[in-house]
Structures are given as structure tokens and as C-alpha cells.
Design a protein around this ligand. Structure first.
Ligand SMILES: *[C@@H]1O[C@H](CO)[C@@H](O)[C@H](O)[C@H]1NC(C)=O
Length: 266
């Protein structure tokens, strides 16, 4: 049997943990298998590492010299979930609360797309009631990701809408660059660099994209995929931390000014 308390500290700094499943008791193995079957990631481990775990700062050192203005627009972060695991949902929320400048984070809106998991009923409401920046919207029936996002957007009070998934972890300094570019021009729609969290070890795998910048694109069968930055874009950059224009985005995580979102017809 593995001592449960050890996991809590082991996930710090985004570290991954390779579980030796042979050391699990039969009861633990059952829980482990159920977690994978339900969520397709290692819920057993996720439930045991800290909800406030620390992450490395993957930013390029030049980010320190970007002069972020004080009066950037604030944001409502909108997260859609449907039967998300408790630990991943709350780790997402805490990673936002713990690593966003308070004056830039107006609120976090959780939109429940008609979950039936028990832990997302009273327990979640109790948690949200104790968090002043959290709001919960429940869809009265299953509407799907995009309509659920519109429910959140209609209720948002921040100037910028930031859409995130319900199983993210935000690294230090994640928010300022997004809001900065929108503050410069309301028609900018900004996506962050999207790192990976291992589904098996929960290691936060970051920092690679900074060196090999990629943008979204399509191949000739119209499948979305990632492309290295073309020369024509590379030469436009004056600094390794300049943003790049992308013809497409993956669509999962992005920030957009609320006025521009509405102007586009949402
Ligand atoms: C904002 O960006 C758009 C698109 O690039 C451009 O047409 C517009 O002139 C810009 N507005 C300002 C105020 O710079």
C-alpha cells in the first residue's frame, strides 16, 4: 500500500508521479481503474496531489521587461464543465485565483452543462458560496460546449471574456499578456501557448513551445494541426516574446473583448 499523504507534496512544481500500480491494494486498484474509465486520465493521482500545487515559471526571461500598463481591461474567466472530476475542476479554479492579479480577475464563471455527477451538486455549491469571485450557472438541459459558453458570456461582467477548459493549470504570469494585447486593440483575439499535462503522471510539460513557436493551420483535408511559424512571420518579430498572428486557433482557450465578441454576433 502506498502512503497517501506522500502524493500531496510530490506533485509540487508540476512534477509527475509514476505510480507503481503493483503496490496498490485491490481497493485502490479499483479506484484507479474507475478514474481512468470515467475521465480518461489518472483521477486517482489527481485526487491526491495538491489543489494548489506550484508550477514552474516557463516564461522567456524577456517577459520581465514587458511594460504591462496598470489599466488593462479586466476579465471574466468562463469555464464549461460536464461531469468534470472534483480535483481537476478545483485545481483549475485555484490555479486561476492563485496566479491572477486580483484587479484583473473580475470573476470566474463556471457553467455546468447539465452534469449528473453527485460531487457537482451541493458540494460544489457549498464551495462556490465561500469563494467571492466564483459564480455558477447551471444549464437546465444539455446544450453542448458552445451554447454553454454563450450562457457564461451573457452573464459576464468583465471587459474581456477568457474561455478555459475545466482541466487546466495556469502558470505564473498567464493572464497579463492576454489582456495587454486586447487592451492595445479590442479586435485582438488572443490565445495563450497551450502546454500539456500528462494524463498518466500529471506532469506539467511546459516550456518547449517558447523555442519552437507554432501556429494553428489546416492541411488539405481541412484537419486542424500545428505549423511552425513561416519565415514571413518570423522576420516580423523584433523580440522572442512578441505575439504572432495566427490564421486559426484551436478554440479551447482564448480571450476576446466582450464588445468585439458581441460585435461578431457572439
Ligand atoms: C485594431 O486592429 C485592427 C485589425 O488589425 C485594425 O484594423 C484597427 O485599425 C486596429 N485599431 C486600432 C485602434 O489600432
Amino acid at each position: 500500500e502506498l502512503p497517501e499523504k506522500d502524493f500531496n507534496a510530490m506533485g509540487e512544481m508540476g512534477n509527475g508521479i509514476m505510480l507503481d500500480r503493483k503496490k496498490l491494494t485491490q481497493k485502490q486498484q479499483k479506484e484507479y481503474n474507475r478514474g481512468f474509465a470515467t475521465h480518461s486520465f489518472n483521477q486517482y493521482l489527481s485526487d491526491r496531489i495538491s489543489l494548489h500545487r506550484t508550477l514552474p515559471d516557463f516564461r522567456h526571461e524577456d517577459c520581465n521587461s514587458v511594460p504591462y500598463p496598470i489599466n488593462m481591461p479586466d476579465t471574466s474567466v468562463i469555464i464549461i464543465f460536464r461531469n468534470e472530476a472534483w480535483s481537476t475542476l478545483l485545481r483549475t479554479v485555484f490555479s486561476i485565483l492563485d496566479r491572477s492579479p486580483p484587479h484583473l480577475l473580475r470573476e470566474i464563471i463556471l457553467v455546468d452543462d447539465f452534469s449528473d455527477a453527485k460531487h457537482l451538486k451541493h458540494k460544489l455549491e457549498g464551495f462556490i458560496a465561500r469563494q467571492p469571485k466564483l459564480k455558477l450557472i447551471r444549464s437546465p438541459n444539455r446544450v453542448g460546449l458552445i451554447k454553454a459558453r454563450l450562457l457564461g458570456a451573457a452573464d459576464a461582467e468583465g471587459q474581456v471574456l477568457t474561455f478555459l477548459d475545466s482541466h487546466c493549470e495556469c502558470t505564473p504570469g498567464w493572464l497579463e499578456p492576454l489582456l495587454y494585447r486586447i487592451g492595445q486593440n479590442r479586435s485582438h483575439v488572443v490565445t495563450p501557448i497551450i502546454d500539456t499535462i500528462s494524463d498518466v503522471t500529471l506532469q506539467y510539460i511546459g516550456g518547449r513551445v517558447v523555442k519552437n513557436f507554432m501556429v494553428g493551420g489546416f492541411d488539405w483535408s481541412m484537419s486542424f494541426n500545428w505549423h511552425y511559424l513561416p519565415k514571413s512571420e518570423q522576420v516580423k518579430r523584433t523580440s522572442p516574446v512578441d505575439p504572432v498572428e495566427s490564421p486559426t486557433m484551436a478554440g479551447g482557450l482564448f480571450a476576446i473583448h466582450k464588445d468585439y465578441f458581441n460585435y461578431l454576433g457572439t
